[in-house]
Design a protein around this ligand. Structure first.
Ligand code: SAH
Ligand code: SF4
Length: 404
């Protein structure tokens, strides 16, 4: 290093701590580290996550001296919304910039009194499920806890939910956006616990759901840190088929995954909770009556509810959506076998906001999307181009077809 470079390093301002993603414990540790009392943590958490404040100057129960000190060493920096798209059916999608030239997506799905926010946990995903747009993008990096809880913060802000006596728009959160939450364990746990915390969003543990394709060692640890609801992305009733759809199954096969999931729910204080089984139905792949019978057999002794998701097509995929007849037959078989079985309605169709269509704009470190384009040249647009098309599309004022 030259002398000039050393001088530049010494002069550079130390990075400020972003308080947005700090759990209660980490916030307390932060205040102690700057020689302040722990109770400040509760005050600041409330300002950020209940009042939506990102400027220390507005924190009126904190002295001017401490506000100044805080602004020297800390900041409250939400991620930046690049674009907000509103669907004709009320679904709202946020395209959010994250550092490194990538973007992620967050979706709010209103349904009667309920507003479900679908939150991303990673930029892209390394698990490469064969039917998922995020998987086709490859993996870039984990989101920080601030970027994860920041999605809730931004959405709450956009609906004017912060402040006293405001109607609560976001009633539920599902970790079903881009990425595999259990591969970003610590940040996801911190962010989910902020969602549950009474000083923050105060959501019920029955209204926050983590969805996983089956990272068993991480699932085995989850119960030590949180007690949110669990959804398992199963998509196949046997290992042979699941190996093709969800490659991580080769490492952690179905029996191992279901045992781990059962241990998780059995360990919860209210141990009557059911595991949600997600099953994306693709035409002539996993949608036959024999698949439904095999699924019923597989799950017969496990406390589950089954959510059938008609496959949502995207440009890079050759899979097709299940037919309405096959879907009805599949659901009937499961219902007759005694399972509570729901069908996920496609929402936000006109803004590509449906499950599995979230592509953001991933700067793929694995270059998977490029390889895929080379192999499939001429078969469709890239997922980045897919996003560009969304950006330039005028949201049509048409009623969204209820495809289920
Ligand atoms: N990585 C986690 C959470 C994100 S994916 C997981 O896999 O569970 C959220 C849900 O969307 C999963 O159930 C996933 O299987 C489903 N999904 C992915 N691509 C889809 C598509 N094209 N159509 C319908 N559902 C899809
Ligand atoms: Fe990753 Fe989930 Fe998509 Fe699989 S379905 S590639 S685990 S985001």
């Amino acid at each position: 290093m030259t002398e000039q470079q050393i001088a530049a390093v010494n002069l550079a301002e130390p990075a400020k701590v972003n308080l947005l993603g700090l759990s209660q414990a980490k916030m307390e540790a932060f205040f102690e580290s700057i020689g302040e009392k722990k109770f400040r943590a509760t005050q600041v958490l409330k300002w950020i996550h209940q009042m939506g404040v990102d400027d220390f100057e507005q924190m009126s129960n904190i002295s001017k001296a401490l506000r100044e000190k805080l602004s020297q060493v800390a900041e409250i920096r939400p991620p930046e919304v690049l674009q907000q798209l509103d669907s004709a059916d009320g679904t709202r999608k946020f395209l959010i910039r994250v550092s490194g030239g990538s973007a992620i997506e967050t979706v709010l799905i209103p349904d009667g009194n309920r507003g479900t926010l679908c939150v991303s946990s990673q930029v892209g995903c390394s698990l490469d499920c064969s039917f998922c747009a995020t998987g086709k993008q490859g993996f870039n990096r984990d989101l920080t806890a601030a970027e994860i809880i920041g999605q809730v913060w931004l959405a709450a802000k956009s609906y004017g939910q912060f402040g006293e006596n405001r109607p609560r728009i976001i009633t539920n959160v599902v970790m079903m956006g881009m990425g595999e939450p259990l591969l970003n364990f610590d940040n996801v746990v911190d962010a989910m616990n902020l969602m549950l915390h009474d000083n923050c969003y105060g959501l019920s543990k029955r209204r926050v759901t983590l969805s996983t394709s089956g990272v068993v060692p991480a699932l085995d640890r989850l119960g030590q840190y949180t007690d949110v609801c669990l959804a398992i992305s199963l998509h196949a009733p046997n290992d042979e088929l699941r190996n093709q759809l969800v490659p991580i199954n080769k490492k952690y096969p179905i029996a191992m995954l279901l045992e781990s999931a059962q241990r998780y729910v059995a360990g919860l204080p209210d141990n009557h909770r059911k595991i949600t089984i997600e099953y994306t139905l693709m035409r002539e792949i996993n949608d036959r009556p024999e698949h439904a019978h095999e699924l019923a057999q597989l799950l017969q002794d496990i406390p589950v509810k089954i959510n059938l998701i008609p496959f949502n097509p995207f440009d890079q995929s050759d899979y097709r959506r299940v037919s309405n007849n096959a879907l009805r037959t599949f659901q009937d078989i499961l219902t007759r076998a005694g399972f509570t079985t729901t069908v996920r309605t496609t929402r936000g169709d006109d803004i590509d906001a449906a499950c599995g269509q979230l592509a953001g704009a991933v700067n793929d470190k694995t270059r998977r999307s490029q390889r895929y384009r080379e192999q499939h040249s001429g078969t469709g647009r890239s997922a980045n181009a897919n996003w560009a098309a969304v950006e330039s599309r005028t949201v049509e004022n048409r009623s969204v077809e209820n495809r289920s």
